[in-house]
Design a binder for this molecule. Structure first.
Ligand code: FES
Length: 105
């Protein structure tokens, strides 16, 4: 699926991410800056925080309880905040847009 990652300064990265990977892995493997993912996707660090474009909120699913509590450690959390390691890429997410916060942690 094609995922568009937008850095805090507006720089866009359109990346083809294989289904089954997470939105976080798609960024890390393609060296998209703005996502740190210190814990490697274990939902234990909150440094893979992204904002899901409003139009996509219905498709990216709900936050898990663990994700919700980890997000407490992220900065500038908004209603559309997610941990990108908890969003699995699938054909339905083709075209997904996520924005990175100013900084992680
Ligand atoms: Fe650590 Fe997502 S990579 S919570």
């Amino acid at each position: 699926a094609k995922i568009t990652y937008i850095e805090h300064d507006g720089t866009k990265h359109e990346i083809e991410v294989a289904d089954g990977l997470t939105v976080m892995e798609g960024a890390i493997r393609n060296m998209v800056p703005g996502i740190d993912a210190d814990c490697g996707g274990a939902c234990a660090c909150a440094t893979c925080h992204v904002y899901v474009d409003e139009a996509w909120l219905g498709k990216t699913g709900d936050k898990t309880g663990v994700e919700e509590s980890m997000l407490d450690f992220a900065t500038d959390v908004q209603d559309n905040s997610r941990l990108s390691c908890q969003i699995k890429v699938s054909p339905e997410l083709d075209g997904l847009i996520v924005r990175m916060p100013e900084y992680q942690g």
